[in-house]
Design a protein around this ligand. Sequence first.
Ligand SMILES: [Ca+2]
Ligand SMILES: [Ca+2]
Ligand SMILES: [Ca+2]
Length: 130
Amino acid sequence: MKHRFVTAVGATLLGISGLLAAGPPADAAASAPRSLSVYEHDDFEGRSAHLTGNDANFINNYWSGTGASINDNISSFRNQGDQRAVMYSDANYSGAAYSALAHSEDSDLTHNSHNPSNFDNVASSVRFVV
Ligand SMILES: [Ca+2]
Ligand SMILES: [Ca+2]
Ligand SMILES: [Ca+2]
C-alpha cells in the first residue's frame, strides 16, 4: 500500500516536471550529503557525534561537547545522508568493515545479519561511498 502511494506521487512529480520542461535535470550526485550520526549507546542514546566526511582516525573525534573520543565507543548510528558510510574497525580504513546504507539506521551494533556480527565499540574510521 505504501509502495503504491509512493509510486503514484513519483508519477505525479514526473508529470509536473514534464509540463515545466525547463531547467536542468536534478543532479543526484550534487544532492548527496554525507551525514552520519553516531551514538555512544544502543537505541541512539548516550552522547552523540556527527560525521560529515571521510575520517581516517576517530581518535581525535569527540562526543559533542566533550573531550571524550568516539573511538571504539560507537554502539548505534543513523545515516541520514544519501551516501553509504563504511565504518572500519581500525584506523585508515582497515580491519573489519561495516556498511551503513544510505538512509539507514542500526540501534544495536552488537547483532548484525549482513555485516560483521559484532561491531559494537570497534569503529575507528569511516569512508563515504556513493
Ligand atoms: Ca579523526
Ligand atoms: Ca558504546
Ligand atoms: Ca577500533
